[in-house]
Design a protein around this ligand. Structure first.
Ligand SMILES: Cc1cc2nc3c(=O)[nH]c(=O)nc-3n(C[C@H](O)[C@H](O)[C@H](O)COP(=O)(O)O)c2cc1C
Length: 360
């Protein structure tokens, strides 16, 4: 039925639709719903403690026997840089005063640890059928441990060179993440966002460059986007923003409301929330401090100094300091339970593909 069945065969799923891992926004409910509906549900573990990741995986394994994906960040931990921290703090001082936040407020620990031994223990215990990474890949020993569990290994590429590198390291499939995508850019060969490539241009170039199946990501939110991705040579799609509208997404009412009204040109790539480029809905903090700042501390340290401002402003009903991650296709999304959305997307795409074949 699908013109390219390499990914569904690789992973043993019915529909080539991956619900994107979305750290902080999608948990076991979403994963179970999507996997039960025949897609591939993804648990983002980047912001979870090992204990919480374990609880989520236990819940998922209790509720579905279908394949799932566990996802991790594998960035280089940042070097401490006091000068940068001080500059960043100075940059935010005026906001601390304006929002009447005590400058001695203790800051949360924003150190998101990259994938390491303890998370790898969870992989070997729960053996997710798929393990995916963002920002490259972990070291060879960790990768070998994952491979021994039988899991298929995926990672995001934002350029042909990143895709080739991932294939050389043994990835079983590659997520081609176009510039339209919501959340963090998976880029790891460059820090230059100005040369990042859109989905339409990236997917066929990655398809031509590698032998493994390619998954298209970025700006895909309905059957038209999925069928277009297949026409470009993709074997699956990874969809994030469209799933944020589902009741299973654990996002604040403020975020949900803002997302609903977001137009095509109301998102931008910014580094001011975490120190790494990511696409979010433009808000006051992005407008005034970014969207790209040279002062911001390295990923993920920027978030800690910002946290008290974010908390205070959210308490007052404002998203001025909140990272509202979103791709460029927020407006194409619909509010449906995740299982229904998965089935509708698959049906729409198959219908489109059949029509295209008939007309050809
Ligand atoms: C709220 C949000 C959080 C995200 N968190 C992660 C993550 O934890 N790990 C990851 O690999 N990708 C993450 N991404 C990126 C997605 O994997 C994917 O590339 C992107 O959602 C595709 O573009 P779309 O949002 O236009 O569908 C996130 C995206 C969003 C919107």
């Amino acid at each position: 039925m699908w013109p390219n069945d390499r990914f569904i065969k690789l992973c043993g799923i019915e529909s080539p639709i991956i619900q994107a891992p979305m750290a902080g926004s999608a948990f076991s409910d979403m994963v179970v719903a999507v996997s039960q509906a025949g897609g591939l549900g993804s648990l983002a573990c980047a912001l979870l403690s090992v204990e919480n990741a374990r609880k989520e995986l236990e819940t998922i394994r209790r509720k579905t026997a279908r394949p799932i994906n566990a996802n991790f960040f594998c960035h280089q931990p940042p070097q401490e840089d006091h000068v940068r921290e001080i500059n960043w703090r100075q940059c935010l001082d005026a906001y601390y005063i304006q929002l009447q936040v005590d400058s001695n407020t203790s800051l949360p620990n924003s150190a998101r640890a990259p994938f390491g031994e303890k998370m790898c223990d969870l992989v070997t215990e729960f053996h997710p059928e798929v393990v995916s990474f963002h920002f490259g890949l972990p070291g060879k020993d960790l990768l070998l441990r994952i491979r021994k569990t039988g899991a298929k290994i995926l990672s995001s590429a934002t350029s042909v060179s990143e895709a080739r590198w991932l294939e050389d390291q043994g990835c079983d499939a590659i997520i081609a993440q176009g510039f339209e995508a919501g959340g963090h850019r998976g880029m790891f060969h460059t820090e230059d966002v100005s040369t990042q490539v859109g989905t339409m241009a990236l997917v066929p170039q990655v398809v031509d460059a590698v032998k493994v199946p390619v998954i298209a990501a970025g700006g895909i939110a309905d059957g038209r986007g999925i069928s277009a991705a297949f026409a470009l040579g993709a074997a699956a799609v990874q969809i994030g923003t469209a799933y944020l509208h589902c009741p299973e997404a654990q996002i604040s009412p403020l975020y949900r409301q803002t997302l609903k009204g977001t137009r095509d040109n109301e998102t931008a790539i910014t580094n001011v929330f975490t120190g790494r480029p990511a696409r979010a809905i433009v808000n006051r903090f992005m407008r005034e401090v970014g969207p790209i700042s040279d002062v911001v501390p390295k990923f993920p340290l920027a978030a800690a100094t910002l946290a008290p401002l974010r908390a205070k402003s959210e308490m007052a009903g404002s998203a001025d300091f909140t990272p509202l991650w979103s791709g460029q296709s927020a407006r194409l999304s619909r509010e449906l339970p995740a299982a229904e959305l998965t089935k509708q997307l698959a049906a729409e795409a198959l219908n489109n593909l059949t029509l295209l074949q008939t007309k050809a």
